[in-house]
Design a protein around this ligand. Sequence first.
Ligand SMILES: [Fe+2]
Length: 211
Amino acid sequence: MKVKKLELGFFKVNCYILSLDEKDIIIDPGADFNTIQQYLKKENIKPDFILNTHGHYDHIGAVTDVISNYNIPFYIHELEEPIIKDPEKNLSSFFGKNGLSLKTYNLIKKSDYNYFADFGIKIVNTAGHTPGSIIIIAGNCVFTGDLLFKESVGRTDLAGGDIIQMKKSLVKIKSMEAEMELHPGHGPSSTLEHELKNNYYLQDDFLKEDY
Ligand SMILES: [Fe+2]
C-alpha cells in the first residue's frame, strides 16, 4: 500500500492517491487537476475511482476534470448530495469564480460499504463537519477529512455542521488503535497516539461538555 499526498488549491486541501494491491484511488481531488494528472502520469497510474471524505468546495474542485479525463466513478456518502449540488452549501459560491454543482456522482449508502471492503477499505460515517462526512480506513491509515486535524478539528458552524455529532464521531476515532496514522484533509499527518495526548478535542473535558 502506498499513500501519496498532494496539497492542492488555494485552501491547500490534501488530496491523497491511495495505491492498494489492485486499485488506485483518488481521495478528495481539490481544485488543481494539473497536479493530480502530472503525478498519475509520472507514476504511470490509471486511477480506478474517486472517493471523497465530504463534499465541500475545496475537496471537490477537480472531480469533474478527473471524471472526464479518466472516465472513472466518483463516490461520496449519500448525505452529502445536497452539498455537492448546491454552490452555497459547498461554499463555492463564496470562494470560487463559478458556483460548483456536481452532476455526476455515485452515492454511498450504508448497504454499499461492502463494495469498498472488497478492496480492503473500511468507511465509517463520521458526521459533525458535514452530515455525510466519512473517514476512510486502509491498513494502518485513516483518512480523516475535515473531522480531525493534527491537534485540532474541523468546523461545525457551516451548513450541516453539528457539534454533538462531531463529538460522537471523535469518540469513534478514539476507540481505534493508537498506532494508526492519521491523514487529514488539511495540514500535516499525525498518529492517533499523538492526538490522544495533544489534541484538546479528544480529551474527556471537551467530549463530555454539554452544548
Ligand atoms: Fe470541509
